[in-house]
Design a protein around this ligand. Structure first.
Ligand SMILES: Cc1cc2nc3c(=O)[nH]c(=O)nc-3n(C[C@H](O)[C@H](O)[C@H](O)COP(=O)(O)O)c2cc1C
Length: 330
């Protein structure tokens, strides 16, 4: 692991070496993933919804504690627009706290209902949003410790306004007093140097680490990410105000066709968009038969290597970028 190169409010808040956070990944964000991020000097979040069975979730947390040899890791609590899908999170939150987890990434709806319990236990809460407007409001109204703003380039949910990370990384920290993390399209160390220069305190990555060896998806799916470039993702479901950035494949194109035809009946989309498709595709390798979240940072995910190597590369690249900037100044 590289020596600490950057010291920021987020490295201090999380007590980590590198200002690199690995965000929740539905189906893929398990103990191995989160622990790999922690053992590489950053922070990783186990995705609570990936383990709907409480006993299974508890086991996953125990596994992560073993894999990190007791170093803290995080849990992602993503709340979707459909309340029935979020019910499981209330129990999971207590399970996580009981097991000793104190680092949380919240996303989707504001974590208003979770905050009393989280804060009573002295947790660090990082809330993720896709617009500076929402980040300003969250920082003002919610008892959170930091806020992540993801730009239009991100895999998963880029929101509706689709402003780039390059713009949000400046506007966000200017307007927000708590530490700001920038995500969306980040996959090269030069970008880390750049967004820290713009005022961010850390970066959040998802797509860049889809090719980490510790991520369990089928080699055929990883091969698609390796081969994908900056333009190989696309946006779907904007017509339902639930925009997702996903890999261009058969199902993504089928969904776009329905949207282009103006079809509003959700039933007609269901076979393409249901979440279990992604799990099946990660398992079988049949990457065409699901909406697979992937962002423009696929451009940087070019080899399957251990997470630690990805982190080392990012830090080396960032350090080289800082040197270049220094060499350009008088
Ligand atoms: C495959 C995949 C699954 C994701 N699942 C979730 C999730 O369950 N919850 C969540 O809050 N974010 C999820 N995200 C978003 C990431 O946590 C992170 O915000 C995003 O990947 C950052 O942008 P990037 O993909 O450009 O690095 C997912 C992203 C990907 C690529």
């Amino acid at each position: 692991m590289r020596n600490q190169y950057f010291c920021t409010k987020i490295t201090e808040l999380f007590n980590i070496k590198h200002p690199i956070l690995c965000g929740g990944l539905m189906w893929l964000g398990n103990a191995e993933y989160a622990a790999a991020a922690v053992n590489s000097g950053g922070m990783g979040f186990i995705t609570a919804k990936t383990f709907p069975d409480p006993a299974e979730f508890k086991d996953e947390l125990s596994k992560a504690w073993n894999l990190t040899s007791g170093q803290p890791f995080g849990v992602n609590l993503y709340q979707s627009m459909r309340p029935e899908e979020n019910e499981v999170l209330n129990g999971h939150l207590k399970i996580a706290l009981d097991s000793g987890v104190r680092h949380f990434e919240t996303a989707g709806l504001p974590p208003t209902d979770f905050l009393p319990l989280l804060k009573e236990a002295n947790s660090i809460v990082l809330h993720k949003v896709s617009t500076v407007r929402h980040a300003v409001s969250a920082a003002r109204k919610l008892d959170i410790d930091a806020v992540t703003i993801v730009g239009a380039e991100c895999g998963g949910h880029p929101g509706l306004e689709l402003v780039s990370s390059l713009v949000q990384a400046v506007v966000g920290p200017e307007q927000i007093e708590i530490p700001v993390v920038i995500g969306g399209g980040i996959g090269h160390g030069r970008q880390i140097a750049a967004v820290l220069g713009m005022g961010a305190e850390a970066v959040l990555v998802g797509t860049r680490v889809l090719v980490a060896e510790e991520v369990w998806s089928h080699p055929e799916v990883k091969k698609q990410v390796v081969n994908a470039g900056a333009a190989d993702s696309t946006l779907v479901m904007a017509s339902f105000r639930n925009t997702s950035r996903v890999m261009i494949n058969e199902y993504a194109l089928a969904v776009q066709k329905l949207e282009d035809e103006g079809i509003e009946d959700f039933e007609q989309y269901w076979d393409y968009v249901k979440g279990s498709n992604a799990f099946d595709a990660y398992k079988s390798g049949d990457w065409n038969k699901a909406l697979l979240s992937m962002g423009q940072a696929a451009a940087f995910a070019n080899t399957i290597v251990p997470m630690e190597e990805i982190f080392d590369t990012l830090i080396d690249e960032a350090a080289a970028a800082i040197e270049r900037i220094s060499s350009l100044t008088q």
